[in-house]
Design a protein. Structure first.
Length: 253
């Protein structure tokens, strides 16, 4: 079964610049490593609630090869918050359940990453066929999750961020999006615009006019993660500078 929100993907053009920006905003950034396909590497902003932000960069921007998650086209629209991931306790079973429910699915496929100290971590992932990224890709760890997701001291941030409180997802149709998220989570459909993935709220947001930023997101990249609210104990709250977040809409709440 899917156990909850795993992480958010923030696509950047220069990883070192992105790390500096997030550190300036008060986040502690941990080096990630190079993915097994040799196309990308990342850095992580892990939280005490077990989720994290993944800052990811393509190693060769002019290389036309894409990774299994299909993120390269998002470079043309500026990157930023482009995808999100759900944790699976049994990816084979979850994939079977979703296919039986009518979803198209790619995977599960093997994946991995080399940590800076040379440690090799491994996982399996699957992607739902869809327009945009309104539904997450799925991941199951084959090596201990603690190797992939730093914890303890690495989750202590100068801005007192503690975790992801809400993820806003742009969509074209509220009822259809709500139904799909309920089937994905194998949970009853909820009224209103809120769905849940484990303990994390997924709020569906709809376009509100031609110049609306939600409308622009949907038109440029299709439905998908639009903004994220991060819980903090700090008195300094509100929207973070998008120049420092590499275009991701992030709010401290």
């Amino acid at each position: 079964m899917l156990t909850g929100l795993d992480h958010l993907v923030i696509l950047v053009e220069e990883l070192e610049e992105a790390v500096a920006g997030y550190e300036e905003l008060g986040f502690r950034v941990t080096p990630g490593g190079e993915h097994a396909d040799g196309l990308t590497r990342n850095a992580l902003v892990p939280f005490a609630d077990g989720t994290y932000l993944e800052l990811v960069v393509f190693l060769a921007p002019n290389d036309e090869r894409d990774n299994v998650w299909g993120w390269r086209p998002f470079l043309e629209t500026g990157g930023g918050l482009v995808d999100y991931c759900a944790t699976s306790g049994d990816l084979t079973a979850d994939a079977r359940r979703l296919v039986e429910a009518g979803f198209g699915l790619d995977g599960p496929d093997a994946g991995g990453r080399s940590l800076p100290d040379g440690t090799q971590i491994r996982w399996k992932s699957a992607r739902i066929r869809q327009e945009g990224r309104a539904l997450p890709f799925l991941i199951e760890d084959e090596t201990p999750r603690r190797l992939r997701v730093p914890s303890g001291q690495y989750t202590k941030h100068p801005n007192d961020a503690t975790g992801i409180s809400r993820l806003l997802i742009s969509a074209r149709d509220l009822a259809e999006s709500r139904r799909a998220l309920a089937v994905l989570a194998d949970s009853p459909e909820t009224p209103g615009n809120a769905s849940f993935l484990g303990s994390h709220e997924l709020a569906i947001v709809l376009p509100d006019g031609v110049e609306d930023p939600v409308e622009r997101r949907v038109e440029l990249s299709g439905p998908g993660p639009f903004a994220v609210e991060i819980a903090t104990d700090d008195v300094r709250r509100g929207e973070l500078d998008p120049k420092l977040t590499c275009g991701a809409r992030i709010y401290l709440r």
